[in-house]
Design a protein around this ligand. Structure first.
Ligand code: SF4
Length: 298
């Protein structure tokens, strides 16, 4: 039940009376839904806490029995928020950004709208609840250059297309995948000139090869002085140079997965600390801090 204050007869007949009898047949969880109450009380949260208690007192008066049933406040069970977040993950990442008070968020073009929405949420929250000092900074998008990376079939690299080169692929696998990679279709025969700008292997060279290799690729492809097999082997060289040191670093953790978990656990502890501090400020600002404080007649 939303925590909207003292209950009336309609609440009793419509719900509460039933709940009292349900206790004889079920293990019941009765929730004072104080977060839910914010859907209407968001602009003024000064009475939410008191209203939660008023609802609970009417419940106890009507016969809800804390010995037999679990009677609790929604916001005091943070798992509700966690599950809500997981359910909303598909479209909304604002909590992930704001809980650490991020100033900038590195995103690609397609994520800019999410950050804009996050800024709007930060602005609204600060406007409603923060009189002295804003809690949330308005995060800015930090547009990161993301070169288009083709997969082995020339489409965007994606697991769902089965056209990936994995960071963990061993050298022979990388070379084999490169061998079967599509090229500029204009180069049907070895003597046909091609164009690296319309060839997926050319795209790989642009991202991973050094300047002098790239010059050789452009010159050799356009004049048909190099073949695609040779060109692909240079691209594979560049990928192997990148991947081998990564795979060596990874091996330390593969051999001892505990090391990886220790890093994640220590990091999560630090994140909990930072997130906890933010949430204390948030609850305080909204008048929803944990524990009971007698209302003062301000
Ligand atoms: S030579 Fe290289 S860039 Fe040119 S078509 Fe063949 S693989 Fe592509």
């Amino acid at each position: 039940m939303r925590s909207t204050g003292r209950l009336h007869l309609g609440n009793y007949v419509g719900a509460l009376d039933n709940w009292v009898r349900m206790q004889d047949h079920y293990d019941c969880f009765f929730e004072v839904a104080d977060w839910h109450a914010l859907t209407t009380d968001y602009a003024d949260t000064s009475r939410v806490k008191e209203n939660s208690l008023e609802v609970a007192l009417d419940w106890l008066a009507a016969g809800l029995d804390p010995e037999r049933s679990v009677i609790f406040i929604q916001s005091h069970v943070p798992a509700h928020a966690e599950l809500h977040l997981l359910f909303s993950m598909i479209t909304l990442q604002s909590a992930d950004i704001l809980i650490y008070k991020a100033d900038v968020v590195p995103v690609g073009e397609d994520q800019v709208a999410h950050v804009e929405l996050t800024r709007e949420i930060a602005r609204r929250f600060n406007g409603f609840y923060c009189r002295a000092k804003d809690i949330f900074p308005e995060p800015q998008s930090l547009l990161t250059p993301a070169p288009k990376l083709p997969g082995t079939d020339g489409r965007k690299m994606s697991k769902s297309y089965g056209n990936t080169i994995m960071l963990t692929d061993p050298e022979p696998v990388v070379r084999q995948k490169l061998k079967t990679m599509v090229t500029d279709p204009a180069r049907v025969r070895r003597s046909d000139p091609g164009n690296p700008d319309v060839c997926p292997v050319g795209d790989l060279h642009k991202i991973f090869s050094d300047r002098s290799t790239l010059d050789k690729v452009y010159e050799g492809c356009r004049s048909a002085r190099i073949g695609c097999i040779e060109c692909k082997s240079w691209a594979a060289d560049a990928l192997v140079r990148l991947l081998v040191p990564m795979q060596a670093r990874r091996k330390k953790y593969e051999d001892n997965p505990r090391l990886g978990w220790d890093i994640l656990e220590a990091g999560s502890e630090r994140a909990r600390q930072a997130a906890g501090e933010t949430m204390n400020e948030v609850r305080e600002a909204m008048g929803m801090s944990l524990g009971y404080e007698a209302p003062t007649n301000k």
